[in-house]
Design a protein around this ligand. Sequence first.
Ligand code: CA
Length: 473
Amino acid sequence: MLSLLLIGFLGCAPASKPEPVPVQTAPKIIQIEAETGQLSGVEIAKSLPGFSGTGYVTGFDAATDQLTLTFDATAGLYALSIGYSAPSGDKGVDFQVNGEKVSSTLTQNTGFGLAKTGKFQVRDGRNTVTIFRGWGYFSIDYLQLTPTTVGLPTKPSKTLVNPQATASTKALFSYLVDQYGSKVISGQQDDVEYILEKTGKEPAIGSFDLMDYSPSRVQNGATPQRSSEACMAWARKGEGRGIISLLWHWNAPTDLIDQAPDRLWWSGFYTRATTFDLAATLADPKGERYHLLIRDIDTIAGELKKFQTADIPVLWRPLHEASGGWFWWGAKGAGPFKELWRLLYDRLTNHHQLHNLIWVYTATDSIHPDWYPGDSYVDVVGLDIYTDPTSSLSGNWTNAQGPFAGKKLVALSETGNLPKPDQIRNFGTWWSWFSVWTGADFIKKQSVEQLKAVYTDKDVITRDELPNWRQIP
Ligand code: CA
């Protein structure tokens, strides 16, 4: 039967000869030595041993310094690695591959190291890579481009860290895991109405901030821009399928500097605007400041409880971007931060019996393993990325997949720009969800055409496309 089918199939083949296929060379590994490039304000050095080729390029100190490298290639997707030295600490490097501008991190290395910077679409013939100063204080030895393919992320298990999670919370997480690797769920910080006005569609995830429930803001007369009740109303309207994400710009419990221009009380979540010392506070559990820390957590628990009572799970994203150090919860290093995370987890889960939370640990644009609170305290890892709109974010994605593939969902928890669905497909950056930051500099800076394109894309889930996820077993 098989052979009969085969004959039948061959019988249908066109009689004419196929067109001759042009001879194509398969993509191969390309290595370009930095010292062969076009140097502008930088110079070739040979003093540090261990370099490749005949030297390396150093002296990225002026803002206009740059190194331009050209190479010929066969079109395809390539992983780009940079051979470098960065002896004095982690350094940011900015570079451009053809039209795409990217920022990446060169981790400290006293000799020479190799940094993976993500995947790039390389074209047939001549290609150009330009390396800019970034933070400076690094040397570039060579670039290496390795042909690669688009991979799908390995799904994590559907088990939440809190075994007592409510049925709806488990069901939502199950839905998120089911979508991971084939769809991206749309989200928006605050400006959900703007999305509806411009596209006729709504984000599946409304992301809001508990900032103004911080007691030290309430004491100064703050009132929430959007109350918990208003957030819940957004989630419940229509068929009640809206998904809620909450973050908390936690104004320091006390010790606000409250001075103009940039240290006023309402900036009290920034390290610069408070003298509140997390390490000293945690070291003195009988002290007044520790008491205030717990008071604040208990206040926020009261808000989260409202969501639980209404059977609304929350993608809970507290203590975000700690490794950046710009918020007081990250100002004293990884140790106190992780202690606070676990204290918060324990207080909310065990003391307050909050079982509607999906715990989202938010890194910055890169992963620093020292700052990770641990697999038993985190359900999802989020990245907050503010970079050039041409960037595919492939490097950030690759960086997160290293430690978390198959273990945790990875989300684009904040972004300054709309992600491009074509890039997601081409580079395999299947964020669980994305959430664009609010306001004139971010979501309202995106073109309406692009906004519409994203919100009507077949692989982007909008609110109207959400199933009745509470029913998912
Ligand atoms: Ca070299």
